[in-house]
Write a protein that binds this ligand. Structure first.
Ligand SMILES: *[C@@H]1O[C@H](CO)[C@@H](O)[C@H](O)[C@H]1NC(C)=O
Ligand SMILES: *[C@@H]1O[C@H](CO)[C@@H](O)[C@H](O)[C@H]1NC(C)=O
Ligand SMILES: *[C@@H]1O[C@H](CO)[C@@H](O)[C@H](O)[C@H]1NC(C)=O
Length: 416
C-alpha cells in the first residue's frame, strides 16, 4: 500500500512539473502548434440524433488541437481495437457496444437489465398494455439504470445502477425536477455500502446528504468542517473551521434550513452532529473497549445504521412497542402507526407517508395505509390502478376496480 502511494505521488509530481515546464498558457499559440491541426470531426458541433460526439484532449503536443471523437450510431461499422485494426475514428454511441459478427463489427444495443426493462415496456406499449402513469425505465450510456426514477403526479427518487430505490426524494414537477435530480451523495453512499462495507464490521460513515440525495454543503471530518459542491461533493474554496473554537454557523455555506439538528447555542467546543451519529459513535466505542478487555463481542448488528442524512430513518419504534412514521426531523407524520405482531408492522416502509408529506401543499395525493405504506389500489379521476411499494403504477388502469389484477375480491381494498 505504501509503495503504491509513493508511486502515485511521484506520478502526480512529475505530471505537474512536466506541464508547468512545457505547456504553460499560450504555448500553442506562441510556438505555432495550432497551425498543424486537422479539422475536428463535425459531430460534436452538430450534436443531433445521428451526429454526435465528445470533445476530448487531442493526442498532440500540449493538447493544442480541438479533438472530437464521433459516436457511431446503431447498426454502423465499428472497430474493436487491437493490432492491425487501424486507428479508431469513433466509438459506439451511448447504450451501444461494438459486436463482432460474420460480416464485420457493428454497433449494437448493449444487453442489460435496464435495456430489457425498456424492451418489456416497449412491447407492452405496442399492445396497449401501458398504464397512463407508467414511466418508461430510463437507462444511461452504459446501459445501466439512470440515477433517478420519477412517478408522474408524485415524486422522483434516486436509484442505483441496478434500479434499486435509494435515499433521496423530491416532488415531481416536470422536466425541471428531472434536470435537477443528481443523487450524487446518495449514490456514493450506496457504492460505499456495497464495495467497502462488506469487509468492514462497523458502518462506514460517508459524506452527509440532503433529502433530495445531493451533498449537504457543510461537511465535517472529526472537528474540521468545510464546504462542498452540492452536486459533485468536491471541496469548495479553502475555508475551514475548527469546531473546538468556532460554531458551524461561521461557515459561509452553512444554511440553517438544511440543519436538521441545530446546536448553535452554547459555548466552545461546538458540535455538528446528529443523535443517530452520536449513538453510533457511543456504541462503537463501547464495542471496541469490550474487545480490548478481552470480551468476545459480536454485537455489531446492534450499531445503528444512520441514513445518508444522518437521521435514524423514517420508521421509529416507540416506547410502547409500536412503530410510527417520522419525518427527517424525527416528528411523527400524521399518526401512521403499526402494532407489533401484525402484518402491517412487518411490512411497514412508510414510503407513502413520506411521499404525501413532501406533497403536502398539493391537492391530489396518493392514499396511504395506516402503516404509511402505499395502498395497493390508487384511484384518480375516475380510474383505479395497481401500484408497487414505491407507488409506481403496474399495468393498465380500469374504471372497474374488480378488474384490476391486484383486487383482493372484496371491498376491503379501501381500508388497509
Ligand atoms: C444531423 O445533422 C446532419 C448534418 O447536418 C444531417 O445530415 C442529419 O440528417 C441530421 N440528423 C437528424 C436526425 O436531424
Ligand atoms: C451539541 O451542542 C449542543 C448545544 O451546545 C448540546 O446541547 C449537545 O449536547 C451537544 N451534543 C454533543 C453530542 O456534544
Ligand atoms: C405509542 O406511543 C406513541 C408515542 O410514543 C403514541 O403516539 C401512540 O399513540 C402510542 N400508541 C398506543 C397504541 O398507545
Amino acid at each position: 500500500m505504501a509503495s503504491l502511494l509513493v508511486f502515485v505521488s511521484l506520478f502526480v509530481c512529475f505530471g505537474v512539473v512536466y506541464s508547468q515546464l512545457l505547456c504553460e498558457d499560450g504555448f500553442c499559440r506562441t510556438y505555432g502548434f495550432e497551425v498543424g491541426c486537422t479539422a475536428a470531426a463535425e459531430h460534436c458541433r452538430i450534436n443531433n440524433a445521428t451526429h454526435s460526439g465528445i470533445w476530448l484532449l487531442s493526442p498532440t503536443t500540449c493538447n493544442c488541437c480541438d479533438y472530437c471523437l464521433p459516436f457511431i450510431v446503431e447498426g454502423d461499422h465499428c472497430t474493436l481495437g487491437g493490432p492491425g485494426t487501424g486507428t479508431t475514428v469513433g466509438r459506439c454511441g451511448d447504450g451501444l457496444t461494438c459486436v463482432a459478427e460474420e460480416n464485420g463489427n457493428f454497433c449494437r444495443r448493449m444487453e442489460s437489465d435496464c435495456h430489457s426493462a425498456q424492451d418489456d415496456y416497449d412491447a407492452r406499449h405496442e399492445s396497449g398494455q401501458i398504464g397512463s402513469l407508467e414511466q418508461r425505465p430510463g437507462c444511461n450510456g452504459k446501459g445501466r439504470y439512470q440515477h433517478y426514477h420519477c412517478v408522474p403526479t408524485q415524486t422522483c427518487f434516486c436509484q442505483s445502477d441496478e434500479g434499486e430505490r435509494l435515499f433521496g426524494e423530491v416532488v415531481h414537477q416536470g422536466a425541471v425536477t428531472e434536470r435537477n435530480m443528481h443523487c450524487g451523495c446518495s449514490r456514493l453512499h450506496d457504492k460505499i455500502k456495497k464495495s467497502i462495507s462488506p469487509g468492514v464490521k462497523l458502518p462506514v460513515v460517508g459524506l452527509r446528504c440532503t433529502s433530495d440525495g445531493n451533498f449537504n454543503p457543510v461537511q465535517c471530518l472529526n472537528n474540521e468542517c468545510y464546504c462542498v459542491d452540492e452536486i459533485t461533493g468536491a471541496i469548495e474554496g479553502d475555508e475551514k473551521i475548527d469546531l473546538e473554537t468556532e460554531p458551524i454557523s461561521e461557515l459561509s455555506c452553512y444554511d440553517e434550513s438544511l440543519d436538521l439538528f441545530p446546536s448553535n447555542t452554547g459555548t466552545a467546543p461546538y458540535n455538528y452532529t446528529s443523535p443517530c451519529l452520536e449513538d453510533m459513535k457511543e456504541r462503537i466505542a463501547f464495542l471496541e473497549e469490550s474487545e480490548q478487555d478481552g470480551f468476545n463481542v459480536d454485537f455489531f448488528s446492534s450499531v445503528p445504521e444512520c441514513l445518508p442524512d444522518a437521521t435514524y430513518g423514517r420508521i421509529v419504534r416507540t416506547w410502547n412497542g409500536t412503530k410510527i412514521c417520522v419525518d427527517e426531523r424525527g416528528q411523527p407524520i400524521e399518526g401512521y402507526e403499526a402494532m407489533p405482531g401484525t402484518k402491517e408492522y412487518e411490512e411497514m416502509n412508510c414510503n407513502c407517508a413520506v411521499t404525501t408529506q413532501l406533497m403536502a401543499s398539493l391537492t391530489e395525493k396518493p392514499v396511504c395505509c395506516s402503516n404509511g405504506n402505499f395502498r395497493q389500489i390508487q384511484c384518480r379521476r375516475g380510474a383505479c390502478r395497481c401500484v408497487d411499494s414505491d407507488g409506481r403504477q403496474v399495468g393498465v388502469e380500469s374504471t372497474d376496480v374488480t378488474e384490476l389484477p391486484c383486487y383482493g375480491g372484496n371491498e376491503e381494498w379501501r381500508i388497509c
